[in-house]
Ligand binder design. Structure first.
Ligand code: NAI
Length: 349
């Protein structure tokens, strides 16, 4: 069913509040989730609300966190998020990073001891809207086999990048370092479809087309993606003194405990390196030139990285967002959660 952004956000905010989150935090989490759905990233939108509601209700997200922001040098800082809602911590840390980059030209801000923060695009967009380059990286729970491995070690560790162009132009690129999200395997299971043999492996580490045999996802681009997901974990986990690799807490293992996750924001003021106006002009120029590249057979147009989600967002803001009926029914119901996520094995059939 189609819902407008504001209604979707309101429904999610009220549900999270009902689960126990304070209203100002519920507003922010709902905004990040609605942002993901509007951009067509449904894996990190409304479908996550019930999971968060269960975790909040069971105490695994601190509802009145004591955020401690420590500036460690003029250009670096750490926010200890006390296992509060990750979306709120990541948004607040990005606001600090933007302010610091305005003063120093660059800023690196780590967030430690946070909960899951959803789609990284939201946070790098904050930087681009402030005229800055934004990069954000975060850890996630182990589901991906290392190159050549038969058991998971790293998470789907995403990285996002945004840069401002002229006026409202901006590039927002945001990707997991695994070939596919776990949600795509579940989708194939639910439809009884096979999956391409490039997505995942079975218990012996052999690529499989049977979604029910999957026990590990594959990194993008073989050893190169494997190296990238390691880099993300080092920068957002090891660097912040947090559990890393296979020690990162599971999304579902214990919903009564904080997740202790890490995320890193890097913000660069283009004006510290070149003329900010020239930078923005050249970003817009690059976006335009990419759109003008001769398309290959089967393609109507070359898009700049991330443009598909930006186009989807423009369409969603005008005509509404398609949300699965069951999810909308849950959001509109009085149910806080159905006790279905705690101790769930993510690979269970
Ligand atoms: P995806 O595979 O749908 O897209 C990856 C990137 O490629 C996007 O920027 C997309 O706009 C771009 N793209 C796709 N098709 C394109 C085309 N034809 N032309 C130009 N650009 C194109 O995204 P993925 O990897 O499934 O990630 C989805 C979301 O999941 C992201 O928002 C990510 O931050 C989030 N995520 C969050 C995690 C967490 O623990 N918080 C863990 C893993 C992912």
């Amino acid at each position: 069913m189609i819902v407008m952004y504001e209604e979707l956000k309101e429904l999610m905010a009220r549900k999270l509040e009902k689960a126990g989150l304070q209203p100002s935090h519920a507003e922010i989490v709902a905004d990040v989730l609605a942002h993901a759905d509007a951009r067509g990233i449904h894996s990190h939108g409304a479908m996550r609300t019930e999971y968060y509601a269960e975790r909040i209700a069971k105490g695994g997200i601190t509802v009145d966190p004591d955020f401690k922001f420590t500036k460690t040098t003029p250009g670096t800082a750490v926010l200890d998020a006390d296992n509060g809602a990750g979306h709120v911590a990541a948004k607040e840390a990005m606001e600090h990073a933007i302010g610091m980059a305005r003063e120093n030209g660059t800023a690196v801000v780590g967030i430690r001891r946070m909960s899951h923060s959803g789609a990284m695009s939201y946070f790098v967009q904050q930087a681009a809207e402030a005229g800055m380059i934004g990069i954000s990286l975060c850890q996630s729970d182990p589901m991906v086999v290392p190159f050549g491995g038969a058991e998971p070690y790293f998470g789907t560790n995403p990285l996002a990048f945004a840069a401002p162009g002229k006026g409202d132009d901006k590039i927002i690129f945001d990707m997991a370092t695994s070939v596919q999200a776990w949600g795509k395997i579940l989708h194939a299971r639910s439809k009884g479809e096979s999956i391409p043999d490039t997505w995942a492996v079975d218990a012996d580490g052999v690529p499989t087309t049977d979604p029910f045999k999957v026990t590990g996802l594959l990194p993008i681009a073989g050893p190169k993606g494997y190296g990238l997901m390691m880099m993300v974990d080092i920068l957002s986990g090891v660097l912040l003194g947090l559990p890393f690799g296979k020690h990162v807490s599971s999304m579902y293992h214990d919903l009564t405990a904080g997740r202790e996750l890490g995320q890193l924001h890097i913000v660069i003021d283009p004006g510290a390196f070149t003329s900010a106006d020239l930078f923005r002009q050249n970003i817009s120029g690059m976006m335009k030139e990419l759109n003008e590249v001769k398309p290959a057979p089967g393609f109507d147009q070359v898009l700049y990285p991330g443009q598909n989600t930006t186009l989807q967002e423009q369409e969603s803001m005008k005509n509404g967002i398609e949300i699965v009926d069951d999810i909308l029914a849950y959001l509109r119901s009085d149910t806080v959660h159905n006790n279905q996520y705690d101790h769930k094995d993510p690979f269970a059939k």
